[in-house]
Design a protein around this ligand. Structure first.
Ligand code: AMP
Ligand code: GLY
Length: 404
């Protein structure tokens, strides 16, 4: 199969790696990164054009922005199967309020919330109790759209700045507590198969402190989430949402991610993403035994899905980041030691080649993934490899899998 993967981060390297392992496929990645260049052809430029130029049989879209912009629709209209939903379904991620409406209509357990277009009504709704609420931008906000205010002043600032965003609206929602779990499914119309659950570590600092990042590590599966959890997520979240979308004339074909919180009252959905999570994909895809190309193709065509087999044991990802991340950070630092790492996978994100040397080019530089018979072993392998890699200003969390 000729497959084009769209994107250039760790998730896309993991996707390309998993498809390559499935092979033999002819793989291209647009734009890709130095990691994907080892197993695929990197194609710069516009992804739609890249799909035409490479004669792709299947396009697998990594990030949400091209999906929200209608890449899936354009590809399907041109007769190219796409693993990634159309712009209508992508609103599940690009509009928190659309997601809330769908969940409410489908009876999916989620936090109670309201949509506001002006500051006064949003502030009145919070009724002087900011710590009971979460303020969210309605539209895509690049991971910066959620504020948990500690005071009314902070709540006011959050409402003002998020109202200034593209959609001009905020969702104020009940604040829930509990450990978080990421659940990803492959969906084809109103059918879905669940992949093993995982857990991201979003804060920059150990013990879950400091600002939110794109994700500093992940584990799969999180302790306490067995087959019953996945079955419940399928029956109470994914299938009802897909049926609700279908009843509105929307045919979902691609990955769907539910960010869930295990509250004292049971699991609740916090958000949907219309793509695989990153770094979650780097933990989950290597655990799948194979057959992903066929699974993605079948979903892209709206066909039947067979349950993917997963390795026993566990996996972990530790993200190596540049000093300063998630704020401004230096780039161009040479990366060494990669040839000496053992028993792990390295997924590139913020790397580039300069004068023939691999250097850093972003905040999240690369992910180290390991599989083990249990989580302790997977983490041990990741951390052993992390000690071998070096670049100036390299940082990573040492408590992945240890703090919720
Ligand atoms: P989201 O982009 O909606 O996943 O939100 C990002 C993060 O904000 C989540 O991973 C949670 O840690 C937190 N969050 C979102 N919604 C809530 C909520 N209703 N209650 C508590 N924390 C939340
Ligand atoms: N790791 C969270 C996300 O991909 O949105």
């Amino acid at each position: 199969m000729r497959i084009l993967v769209v994107g250039g981060g760790g998730r896309e390297h993991a996707l390309a790696w998993a498809l390559h392992r499935d092979g033999p496929h002819s793989l291209a990645v647009c734009p890709g990164n130095p990691g994907t260049a080892d197993i695929a052809v990197n194609v710069p430029g516009d992804p739609f054009q890249a799909a035409l130029d490479t004669g792709s049989d299947l396009v697998v879209v990594g990030p949400e922005a091209p999906l929200a912009a209608g890449l899936g629709d354009r590809l399907r209209a041109a007769g190219i199967p796409c693993f990634g939903p159309g712009a209508d379904c992508a609103r599940l991620e690009s509009s928190k309020w659309f997601a809330k409406e769908i969940m409410t209509a489908a009876g999916v357990p989620t936090a109670r919330g309201e949509l506001f277009r002006d500051r006064e009504s949003a502030m009145d709704f919070m009724a002087g109790a900011p710590a009971e609420w979460v303020v969210k931008a309605d539209g895509l906000a690049g991971g910066k759209g959620v504020v948990l205010p500690a005071s009314m002043e902070e709540a006011r600032r959050a409402v003002d700045s998020l109202l200034a965003g593209a959609s001009g609206a905020v969702v104020v929602e009940e604040r829930l507590t509990g450990p978080e779990v990421s659940v990803m499914a492959v969906c084809s119309g109103d059918r879905a198969v669940i992949l093993p659950p995982s857990r991201d570590h979003k804060r920059i600092g150990e013990g879950n402190t400091g600002p939110n990042t794109g994700g500093m590590g992940a584990v799969c599966p999180p302790p306490g989430t067995g087959r019953d959890f996945s079955r419940e997520a399928l029956d109470t979240v994914f299938l009802p949402v897909l049926r609700e979308l279908k009843s509105r004339g929307m045919d979902y074909r691609g990955a769907l991610y539910a960010g869930m919180m295990l509250t004292p009252d049971g699991p609740r959905v916090l958000e949907f993403n219309v793509r695989f999570g990153d770094p979650e994909a780097q933990a989950v895809l290597p655990v799948i035994r194979g057959g992903l190309a066929d699974l993605f193709m079948s979903a892209a065509l709206g066909g039947g899905l067979s349950e993917p087999e997963a390795e026993p044991g566990a996996s972990a990802v530790v993200i190596l980041a540049s000093r300063g991340y998630p704020g401004p950070c230096g780039t161009g630092m040479p990366i060494t030691g990669l040839d000496r790492v053992r028993d792990v996978l390295l997924f590139h994100a913020g790397t580039s080649i300069r004068d023939g040397v691999l250097v850093t080019s972003g905040g999240r530089v690369m992910g180290i993934t390991a599989l083990g018979e249990n989580l302790d072993r997977a983490l041990e392998l990741c951390y052993r490899a992390a000690e071998t890699v070096h670049f100036d200003g390299m940082t990573y969390r040492r408590d992945i899998g240890r703090s919720l």
